[in-house]
Design a protein around this ligand. Structure first.
Ligand code: B12
Ligand code: SF4
Ligand code: SF4
Length: 408
């Protein structure tokens, strides 16, 4: 197991009273964590600041959230932001919204989106007794069957667990429901729709976000219930409870990109991530390296493409922009989250331009695209990036183009 508590590390090193947050797994992922590190409180992420912090909350941000639930007629404007686009976006979000609204009034629970899920059936009273290797293989087979597009496993790592979740109803910190003795994290990936994301910025591309969430929820709830049916504890989580990206990297699902997102070999950054905390004995996967860091060192497509220049052009650093919305003591590329969210609020839907333009955002069922991905992993990288531009990958397509496509 890779997890060592901070106290153990202090004893191992020089007996200093400072907490050292490094873990053996960091040698495999390349993560650089200093003693400044503090676990993050969900209250300070942009979605939550938009409900309590006047620096982020505005009429526009209120209208942005309302647009997911109100009469859409007011949005009949330019292409991609018309009535039909919002209608599809909000329909794609429907399953996510449905689960998230389930217990809001009765139990101060916003199940899902920014809360942990609690709606499971009792599991088995007797535990299966299979070895960890078998459990891992069977969990992955079951997970793909239950709707996940990819699954990885890492050891439980408390660094990425929030100190608190946040109650958007009471505007207070909320107790974490996570038991302290979870041993593993199962990370689930679901692909987002390629063509609608080619139309971003648009409300239509927001349908890919909503559909990704809805599919992710079906997979994460089903896999969680599967583990409980094996007799073990399992806590399902979408955006709540912990930071998904470092867990996904540790679980071998991909690498971290300049745009601050996980890049997977199968779908690039065009994925949604969910995770399950469990005590089912499992074998962790090894982190992978397919050349993403070297590509990002050469490429600036996301930094150039971001309309509000929220993505760094420089090397990874400890910069936290306005401070409170970013984790402390981690060397990484960090987007300016306030600028990003304000852009969403201004345009009335979410954005994924940084996903659209990324050279890893391709349909890798096509052989030619697999060839480009191969080139991005080796000395042909520069040529691959040149071809990517030359062949106009990542260019915006009009939403009308998608609506006119023949139905598959
Ligand atoms: C809040 C939030 C946002 C905020 C910004 C974050 C913030 N600071 O408030 C806003 C609303 C602006 C936003 C925007 C987007 N988001 Co967002 N967001 C989240 C959410 C719910 C919480 C993250 C958080 O607490 N951040 C606060 C602090 C920790 O931020 P930070 O220090 O800048 O760290 C960020 C990264 O550097 C990384 N990170 C954190 N710690 C560490 C440590 C190491 C070692 C490394 C390598 C990375 C890393 O994760 C953080 C992501 O915000 C996560 C879900 C989750 N629980 O992880 C989804 C999530 C990260 N978002 C996601 C996506 C896809 C998007 C968007 C593309 C929007 C869209 N259309 O879906 C954009 C992309 C913007 C960008 N380039 O990053 C996906 C990422 C998928 C992927 N491929 O990686 C997630 C995982 C949601 C999901 N269910 O899939 N998001
Ligand atoms: S989501 Fe849009 S605004 Fe935010 S960082 Fe990506 S490109 Fe920039
Ligand atoms: S667009 Fe280029 S720099 Fe940005 S994450 Fe993708 S590969 Fe890296």
């Amino acid at each position: 197991m890779n997890t060592i508590s901070p106290a153990q590390i202090n004893t191992l090193e020089n007996g200093s009273s400072r907490t050292c947050w490094e873990r053996p797994v960091d040698q495999l992922t390349g993560f650089e964590i200093t003693e400044e590190f503090e676990r993050f409180n969900q209250k300070y992420d942009m979605f939550n600041r938009a409900v309590w912090d006047d620096e982020v909350r505005s009429d526009r941000s209120r209208r942005f959230f309302e647009s997911y639930f109100t009469d859409l007629a007011q949005f009949r404007k330019v292409e991609g932001f018309q009535h039909r686009d919002y209608a599809l976006r909000n329909a794609a979000w429907y399953i996510a919204d449905f689960t998230s609204d389930l217990l809001e009034m009765s139990q101060d629970r916003k199940e899902g989106f920014l809360d942990s899920y609690t709606m499971f059936r009792e599991g088995a009273t007797r535990k299966t007794e299979a070895p960890a290797e078998y459990n891992s293989a069977e969990l992955k087979r079951a997970g793909i069957f239950l709707g996940a597009d990819a699954i990885g496993i890492c050891d439980f790592d408390e660094r990425w667990v929030y100190t608190h979740n946040y109650s958007r109803q009471k505007l207070t910190d909320k107790r974490m429901d996570l038991p302290e003795d979870m041993t593993s994290v199962v990370v689930i990936i679901n692909e987002m729709h390629h063509q609608t994301i080619e139309t971003v910025p648009s409300a239509l591309s927001g349908a890919a976000t909503g559909q990704g969430y809805s599919r992710d929820i079906i997979a994460v709830l089903s896999v969680t219930q599967f583990i409980r049916n094996l007799g073990y504890r399992a806590v399902a989580s979408l955006n709540d409870t912990a930071l998904s990206i470092p867990l996904a990297v540790q679980a071998g699902l991909g690498q971290y990109g300049r745009h601050g997102l996980l890049i997977t070999p199968e779908f690039g950054p065009r994925v949604r991530i969910a995770k399950i905390f469990t005590d089912l004995p499992l074998v962790p996967d090894a982190p992978i390296d397919f050349g993403v860091t070297e590509t990002c060192n050469m490429c600036r497509r996301c930094s150039d493409g971001c309309p509000v220049k929220a993505i760094s052009f420089g090397a990874p650093d400890f910069d936290r922009h306005d401070g409170i919305s970013h984790v402390k003591g981690v060397k990484k590329w960090t987007i300016n989250a306030k600028k990003c969210f304000q852009y969403w609020a201004n345009q009335g839907t979410d954005c994924s331009i940084c996903i659209r333009v990324c050279p890893y955002n391709k349909d890798f069922r096509k052989r030619f695209n697999r060839g480009l991905r191969w080139m991005l992993s080796n000395r042909w990288r520069r040529l691959a990036l040149w071809l990517d531009r030359k062949l106009k990958y990542g260019q915006r397509k009009p939403a009308g183009w998608w609506w006119r496509q023949p139905s598959a």
